[in-house]
Design a protein around this ligand. Sequence first.
Ligand SMILES: C[C@@](CO)(OP(=O)(O)O)[C@H](O)COP(=O)(O)OP(=O)(O)OC[C@H]1O[C@@H](n2ccc(N)nc2=O)[C@H](O)[C@@H]1O
Ligand SMILES: Nc1ncnc2c1ncn2[C@@H]1O[C@H](COP(=O)(O)OP(=O)(O)O)[C@@H](O)[C@H]1O
Length: 286
Amino acid sequence: MRSLTLPAPAKLNLMLHILGRRADGYHELQTLFQFLDHGDELTFTPRSDGQIRLHTELPGVDHDSNLIVRAARQLQAASGTALGADIQLLKRLPMGGGIGGGSSDAATTLVGLNHLWQTRLGEDRLAQIGLSLGADVPVFVHGHAAFAEGVGERLQRVQLSEPWFLVIAPQVSVSTAEIFSDPELTRNTPAITVRSLLAGGGRNDCQPVVEKRYPEVRNALSLLNKFVPARMTGTGACVFGSFPNKGEADKVCRQLPDHMPGFVAQGRNVSMLHRKLAKMAQEVNA
Ligand SMILES: C[C@@](CO)(OP(=O)(O)O)[C@H](O)COP(=O)(O)OP(=O)(O)OC[C@H]1O[C@@H](n2ccc(N)nc2=O)[C@H](O)[C@@H]1O
Ligand SMILES: Nc1ncnc2c1ncn2[C@@H]1O[C@H](COP(=O)(O)OP(=O)(O)O)[C@@H](O)[C@H]1O
């Protein structure tokens, strides 16, 4: 049967404010998401027997807990399809890096299988299913840079400049739950409007707590700060800085020590997943 290969791009949280804690323990956020033109890649092949089989293993994640398998099963349940899928994953994004690899894999699975199985669920419904898998899945389903509120589910599209970023991935995995349960976390940042945010400013409220717990992240920030203002994405561990062009970002990337691998990627307002879908639609209509 016909296969479909789709990208699962990374995201950056260009800023992340924590406004408070809800009764269910989750934190109210304000964050600005932009995608990177760098990410994982998934290949889906439909099966007629209804089984979901992911053929790529990830360290520490068993088959049935992988967000890809969980997303595929949720879509089966929501749509009632009798089809299954063989899935291959090309994993490029560091795990637990705050660049959303798992969430993006889940979103690409929802969007990709909805297309391949012809289950015809709307984007809002896919985002709703995605939210039950992780707070960052909806923004990847919609595929547009956004200002997010709530736990990340209330999205407002934004148009941002698309600079080149150098992203450093310190060799540690930071657990989101651990950072959100730290008593020293700032939880009372006043709400700001998207307009004032786009005029400049913002910070990452998780950064001081992660810097304190993880010297690797602190060192990556101070190294990058020698060249450009550096900030952490999400709950870490990755840190990033923006450059006026690719050449300058590449130059700093080449100077990184072995224990601090990095990559250079461009910020994108429309995700690679949605660019590829638009290209496929154009080819069908041509
Ligand atoms: C804060 C962000 C910003 O992008 O961090 P990163 O994961 O990307 O680093 C995300 O929204 C994270 O979303 P996600 O990674 O899906 O978090 P989940 O797995 O849903 O949450 C893990 C745990 O973190 C805590 N948590 C998470 C999100 C939130 N808004 N408040 C919380 O208190 C909860 O204890 C939850 O059980
Ligand atoms: N397909 C997947 N890719 C990455 N991580 C996954 C996946 N499925 C489940 N996970 C689990 O989710 C955790 C967070 O993953 P990830 O999205 O990479 O980090 P972050 O949310 O910090 O950006 C991982 O440490 C792993 O245990």
